[in-house]
Design a binder for this molecule. Structure first.
Ligand code: NAG
Length: 327
């Protein structure tokens, strides 16, 4: 009996690793992408994210935050938000200038891109962990760990120089420290609560089948599309009966514009073996009612037949009746 219960639970809880009752995001991060084209031209992109859902943009001309959701301010007052905007505005100006000034010293070559991600994450047991990472040209360069800068092993002398530089800017370090240890955790708890209705909603997927470009002579690419679901965790499998097909290829889960997700799962099969295969979709919004779509499902042909035959039968019957009455 307990075994049966476990099996049932395994079916209901996708992946079995979702024991946490809380569905939805658990982290908040600020992202900065700075592109330096030449000595006079640089561009900064700023954004705020709850896991992989964007809730803030950055208007660099005016130096203001764009709130993408009505609850994007969390429980912060307008004054607190203005203070943060001031910090970010100053940061972008200072950062751009400091990097342009340090191009020779750090032996940087135009064009290059710097990415910074700073934020905090709620762990089970309500502990919040903050972190910051910086990358240069797509490679990890520096991160903050236990209140100190740590350099990627291959950052070489650049890392040491950066370290020496940062000790001169104790003010900046203090601001970063405060953002990480106080502001972010406070904001995260507030915004998860303010956006609860949106963040913890359940939206059912729609699913449909199609065939992809022929993978080779005598072969078919079966495509199962699953779209419009929220939250993100989903499990989509090509099956024969109860047997999951090993060649199943899962694409990336892509964002739709309306805060739902889209996934494509394909299977490359010999044309003769496609019949009897099905695509099975498990998602928290569906409870234990998985969506199951059969490839070339016979009932669809049956339905077409019914749809043609029944109306023609009715038509001929009524015609016969009409003639019989007239006659
Ligand atoms: C820097 O790049 C911008 C944009 O590509 C260009 O318009 C400008 O002329 C460049 N300036 C220099 C000094 O090369």
């Amino acid at each position: 009996m307990p075994l049966l219960l476990l099996l049932l639970l395994g079916v209901i809880l996708p992946g079995g690793d979702n024991e946490d009752v809380f569905q939805g995001p658990t982290s908040f991060h600020l992202k900065q992408i700075s592109t330096f084209v030449n000595s006079t031209w640089a561009q900064n992109l700023g954004s705020g994210w709850l896991d992989d859902l964007q809730i803030h943009g950055w208007e660099s001309d005016s130096g203001t935050v764009i709130f993408l959701k009505p609850w994007s301010k969390g429980n912060f007052s307008n004054e607190e938000m203005t203070e943060l905007e001031d910090i970010f505005r100053t940061h972008f100006i200072f950062f751009t200038q400091a990097v342009q000034d340090g191009v020779n010293e750090f032996q940087l070559e135009y064009p290059f891109v710097i990415q910074i991600i700073l934020g905090c994450e709620l762990h089970s047991g309500k502990a919040i962990e903050s972190s910051m990472r910086g990358a240069l040209g797509g490679l990890d360069f520096v991160r903050i760990q236990n209140h100190a800068f740590v350099f990627a092993p291959d950052s070489g002398s650049r890392g040491q120089k950066f370290c020496a530089l940062m000790t001169q800017y104790q003010d900046i370090c203090n601001v970063i420290e405060r953002l990480l240890s106080e502001t972010c955790p406070q904001y995260l708890l507030g915004v998860l609560d303010a956006g609860k209705a949106d963040l913890q909603r359940q939206v059912k997927p729609e699913a449909w089948l199609s065939s992809g470009p022929t993978p080779g002579p005598g072969r078919l690419l079966l495509v199962c599309h699953v779209s419009g679901f929220y939250p993100k965790p989903v499990r989509v499998m090509w099956m024969r009966g109860e047997q999951e097909q090993p060649g199943t290829q899962q694409g990336d889960i892509m964002p739709n514009a309306d805060w739902t997700w889209y996934l494509r799962v394909t299977l490359n099969v010999a044309a003769g073996e496609a019949a009897g295969l099905s695509c099975r979709v498990k998602h928290s919004s569906l409870g234990d009612q998985d969506i199951i779509l059969y490839w070339g499902h016979p009932t669809s042909i049956g339905l077409i037949l019914v749809a043609i035959i029944v109306p023609s039968l009715i038509l001929s019957l009524s015609l016969a009746l009409w003639f019989w009455r007239r006659w």
